[in-house]
Ligand binder design. Structure first.
Ligand code: BGC
Length: 343
């Protein structure tokens, strides 16, 4: 295994982690993000994720792609919350709501890095102190997000956080997968299986209504592997509302793999295992014009995210589970992706 570092724009760095099979994970300290994930498919190097070529390009075009998202992923309705009798106003960066931790949040910060090499894996640890009052969130929040590449083609993300005052924590990673050779061929023909009986219904401003609806008989049923097009092309009201999927699914089991994704040609398979209770599936719906990306374009429905987390807006829906972190507690969560060839 080996690791190399190079510049990724003016100030940021790009870390290249390569295993003995030639699988490569590239990460940047700008937003503690994944930039590239290369697998050898029929003697051709294939990038499985969307990403840009420099930190500046992310800052200009879309800082969420591949980044660590937080402190609280998704939308917090009304940009405020009340805890222990106190109201905390938050930064609102999408209408009246706070999306992905507010503006220029941890996805747009420079993180400290430390590399740890072992015989069969390399880990890049990213650390950041999000200061008391950051976008309105109380408490100094010490965060570490570790990305590991193993020799058997697993990419593992470990989240760790500690606070000095009661606060909210619900981080995720905003990686967009597209397992096709051609970037502009969207993810509609990807086969998805997802071990979830229920999903969270959204309002027209994409806030969870609080209803957890059975997937059965709807285009949200991925209990058997089915093409993502089942929702992209459906008239079902929740799909039309967002022009695809932008919904949390409540995972049935805490053991995995809970999600499997295959490319259009069924050549390769990505399996996801997490101990987070939910995953938000976003099918890159809000792209009106193709965006220049490397030597190709990011197109509408050109990527799918698997954002593992607690159900979003949980602080306003007690039955969604708690995202409160107390000073005497440690937040920990793990998500693992394993890639393999089908044939
Ligand atoms: C949200 C989308 C949002 C996107 C921004 C996703 O996590 O669910 O609604 O547009 O992030 O990149």
């Amino acid at each position: 295994m080996n690791v190399k570092t190079r510049k990724f724009g003016k100030e940021a760095s790009l870390y290249t982690l390569e295993n003995d099979r030639g699988t490569v994970l590239e990460l940047s300290d700008f937003g503690a993000r994944i930039v590239n994930f290369y697998l050898n498919v029929n003697n051709q190097r294939r990038n499985l994720v969307l990403g840009f070529d420099s930190a500046e390009e992310y800052a200009e075009k879309d800082s969420y792609i591949g980044a660590t998202i937080g402190r609280v992923a998704g939308r917090l309705s009304g940009s405020s919350y009340t805890l222990e009798g106190q109201r905390y106003p938050l930064f609102h960066n999408e209408g009246k709501n706070c999306l992905h931790g507010g503006a220029k949040s941890i996805d747009s910060r420079m993180w400290q890095t430390r590399i740890a090499e072992q015989e069969d894996q390399i880990t890049l640890h990213f650390s950041l102190l999000s200061k008391d009052g950051d976008n309105g969130f109380p408490g100094n929040l010490d965060m570490t997000v570790s990305h590991t590449l193993t020799n058997d083609d697993q990419w593992i993300i470990d989240y760790w956080a500690k606070t000095d005052a009661t606060t909210l924590v619900n981080p995720t990673n905003h990686v967009y997968f597209n397992l096709n050779q051609e970037r502009t061929e969207g993810i509609g023909n990807h086969l998805l299986s997802l071990d979830a009986d229920q999903y969270g219904v959204l309002t027209d401003t994409l806030i969870p209504t609080g209803e957890l609806r059975q997937v059965e008989g709807t285009p949200f049923d991925f209990k058997q592997a089915v093409a993502i097009n089942q929702g992209l092309r459906s008239d079902y009201e929740q799909n039309r509302l967002v022009d695809g999927y932008d919904h949390p699914f409540l995972l049935n089991k805490a053991s995995g793999p809970q999600v499997t994704l295959m490319d259009s040609q069924r050549l390769l398979k990505l399996e996801m295992t997490t101990n987070a209770p939910a995953v938000v599936v976003y099918t890159s719906n809000m792209i009106d014009e193709p965006v220049r990306m490397k030597d190709s374009f990011q197109v509408k429905h050109g990527g799918v995210t698997l954002e593992t987390q607690q159900l979003p807006d949980g602080i306003n829906h007690p039955h969604f589970g708690s995202i409160v972190l107390q000073p005497n507690e440690i937040f920990e969560s793990q998500t693992l992706f394993r890639v393999s060839l089908v044939k």
